[in-house]
Design a protein around this ligand. Structure first.
Ligand code: AHR
Length: 540
């Protein structure tokens, strides 16, 4: 049994309060012998929306340009300018939605500049991200084309910070109206007859910061106004998402919940907006020096994982605020920016937020998903930031050769895809005392979650071993249904900082986990150090 204590004090604005060194308190449920993960296979809970596995693509660095979009004349195989290899890789993940065009960029973006012949489109300055000139060659039609190629759903983020109510109202009409209305006619002039389906629309972004530096009540009033004019045209029903809190600003969530008129609007849905967002990023240092993506020691490893675990606490506490106003959970919480944020890779543009992605990032993702599964009753959607070449990406592309690399985080999404739209199962951890303490917070070195697909007769268990250097044997204590078969997969690397490159694309890649044995309570599993694993169970 191991207990670690990491006491490095307060490490920045996002850090939990440091309480210094103190002995670990006895943990409820501690047992001798291997840890147990107790799962009642016959007690399904809330549905884990597939939208918790959502994505985010901003006009930032090489996410859109060079990442998704290379233009028709590129030597890189593409369909109407959109990279074929990126589309294929993301289709394999079954990505449920894609948020666009920002982020901070959304509140600078005027959609009419991105329609019509490309050579006629006005240019603009992307002031947030590198202060570069944006030529608007990727606009509404290109985005919706991407959505269709990916087989996903559109989450369009509107502009409150520098836009107008009319601009947002016109955009949803342009996108979703079928008849000969002015905006539908304009869309047709630009080559698209049929309306698109747009189920999600963001009412601005980070209104407390880059989206206008507003006070909560001021933004709440604007959100009511803007959302009113985001109409449901024809069959298209929009979930309007108000720009929510930064990290632990519970007063912001409170202000937005107060701004909801009634929980039973005209169509039985809450209004004028139906969901509220939340943003939280994981880093190992303070904002000014977030830490290196690849050069880190044990201390940064555990601190990072401790901060990733904090995401669940944030969801729980924002949900508690929402519960007071909305006990039946009609208003959704949308965690539409999460993931790691490191110092940029040396030698790259600081405004482009390009970073490598290691086994540590993989564990940050798996810990978020465990928390998301446990709060599936309130969480409507979550979007990792961002899909290609920016922050905690699924895919990295080489700017010179165009080579594509799948990151460890991509593999966590792939291995976890079976949780999408499945029913959450409680996974109770009975842990021997194997806990790190980071900045005054206990960090159990094992994390787990599970879900059930009753229709298929299968369950999926996710397991993360947070220990940097020790394997972990645990028992899956499986109750309520007979298990007739299993298949286990593991993701790890030679070190905690292992990552994939064009030269070594599979340094971190899923492999069969063979260290699984029958046990009187179910299965005994040994996880390698710093690893994520899934176990698919076949049920009688
Ligand atoms: O994802 C990068 C940026 O982080 C987004 O543009 C902004 O919303 C957040 O601050």
């Amino acid at each position: 049994m191991t207990a670690r204590t990491l006491t490095t004090g307060l490490v920045g604005a996002l850090a939990p309060t440091s309480t210094g060194t103190r002995p670990l308190a006895p943990r409820t449920g501690a047992t001798d012998g291997p840890a147990r993960v107790v799962i009642d296979l016959d007690l399904p809970g809330a549905t884990i929306s597939r939208h918790l596995y959502g994505h985010f693509a901003e006009h930032l660095g090489r996410c859109i340009y060079g990442g998704f979009f290379v233009g028709e004349d590129s030597e890189i195989p593409n369909v109407r300018g959109i990279r074929t290899d990126v589309v294929e890789a993301l289709r394999a993940l079954r990505i449920p939605n894609l948020r666009w065009p920002g982020g901070c960029f959304a509140d600078d973006y005027h959609w009419r500049d991105g329609i019509g012949p490309r050579e006629d489109r006005p240019r603009m300055v992307n002031s947030h991200w590198g202060d570069i000139v944006e030529d608007n060659s990727f606009g509404t039609h290109e985005f919706m084309d991407l959505v269709e190629l990916l087989g996903t759903e559109a989450y369009v983020n509107g502009n409150v910070g520098s836009g107008t109510v009319r601009e947002m109202s016109d955009w949803i009409e342009y996108l979703t109206r079928a008849d000969d209305s002015p905006m539908a006619a304009l869309r047709r002039e630009n080559g698209r007859d049929e309306p698109w389906n747009v189920p999600f629309l963001g009412i601005g972004n980070e209104a407390w910061g880059c989206g206008g530096h507003m006070r909560a009540e001021d933004y709440a009033a604007l959100a009511r106004q803007y959302a009113t004019y985001v109409r449901d045209h024809g069959d298209n029903q929009v979930t309007r998402i108000a720009a929510g809190a930064n990290v632990d600003d519970y007063a912001w969530t409170e202000a937005l919940m107060r701004a909801i008129d009634g929980l039973e609007g005209r169509d039985g849905r809450p209004g004028p907006f139906q969901a509220i967002s939340l943003h939280y990023y994981t880093m190992s240092g303070p904002w000014e020096d977030k830490g290196s993506a690849t050069e880190f020691g044990e201390e940064e490893w555990y601190r990072t994982l401790s901060r990733a675990v904090r995401a669940e606490e944030l969801v729980a506490r924002h949900a508690t605020v929402m519960d007071r106003h909305d006990p039946h959970k009609k208003v959704g919480l949308v965690f539409d920016e999460w993931g790691t944020w490191w110092n940029v890779e040396p030698g790259t543009n600081p405004g482009f937020l390009y970073q490598q992605n290691t086994v540590r990032d993989a564990l940050v993702a798996s810990l978020h998903f465990d928390g998301f599964h446990r709060h599936a009753d309130r969480l409507l959607m979550a979007n990792i930031a961002q899909t290609v070449n920016v922050l905690q990406a699924m895919i990295l592309t080489d700017p010179d050769s165009g080579a594509l690399v799948l990151t460890p985080t991509y593999h966590v999404f792939a291995m976890s895809a079976g949780h999408q739209d499945a029913a959450a199962l409680d996974a109770h951890l009975l842990l021997p005392e194997e806990v790190a303490e980071v900045d005054g917070r206990p960090l159990p070195l094992l994390s787990a979650s599970a879900s059930l697909r009753a229709d298929e007769g299968t369950a999926l268990v996710s397991l993360s071993n947070l220990s940097a250097d020790e394997p972990r044997t645990l028992v899956l204590d499986l109750r309520g249904r007979s298990v007739t078969g299993h298949e286990a997969t593991v993701l790890t690397g030679a070190t905690t900082a292992a990552h994939n490159t064009p030269e070594q694309p599979d340094a971190v890649a899923p492999a069969p986990l063979t260290d699984v044995r029958e046990h009187e309570r179910g299965l005994e599993v040994t996880l390698p150090p710093h690893s994520f694993a899934t176990v698919r169970l076949d049920l009688a």
